[in-house]
Ligand binder design. Structure first.
Ligand code: FES
Length: 146
């Protein structure tokens, strides 16, 4: 059952990725360089250099008060849910595209260059998207989720 759920969410993720490729105005924008973005060890986030969504100021709703550990496969595109509304946390399931919800926060697409375990932010308040930077330890975040 878990494998089926994972396959379904992977397929949703891939479909959403294709949708973004088709409709995104930002995917092929030029090489903006990041100032002092902190990288997780062993992870190369080339997409940070050109994805406008990385710089969005608005943050999503608090989904959880702790991060989620995930083993990432090299070369595979991942879409991290930044809005906090996805049902496939910590990854995007396309919920932000539902017009009636009026969600402005966009997901972050990224890949890794080698298989690695990472802690993805699940409180959606991190300053190092998509990784946990410890922001979830703040009292307001801890008390927001029971
Ligand atoms: S889970 Fe969001 S900063 Fe740790």
């Amino acid at each position: 059952m878990a494998a089926l759920t994972m396959k379904t969410s992977t397929s949703l993720l891939y479909n959403n990725y294709l949708l973004l490729l088709r409709h995104s105005r930002t995917l092929y924008s030029s090489g903006v360089t990041l100032g002092k973005a902190v990288k997780a060890p062993g992870v190369s986030l080339l997409e940070k250099e050109w994805q406008r969504e990385f710089y969005q100021k608005e943050k999503g709703k608090i989904y959880d008060k702790k991060p989620f550990k995930l083993t990432l496969q090299p070369g595979k595109p991942y879409l991290w849910c930044a809005c906090g509304h996805s049902k496939s946390q910590p990854l995007c399931d396309g919920t932000h595209l539902m017009a009636q919800l009026r969600i402005r926060v966009k997901p972050i697409m990224f890949r890794v260059s080698e298989e690695t375990d990472v802690w993805l932010c699940n409180c959606k308040q991190t300053n190092n998207k998509p990784f946990c930077d410890g922001t979830h330890r703040q009292e307001d975040i801890q008390t927001a989720i029971k």
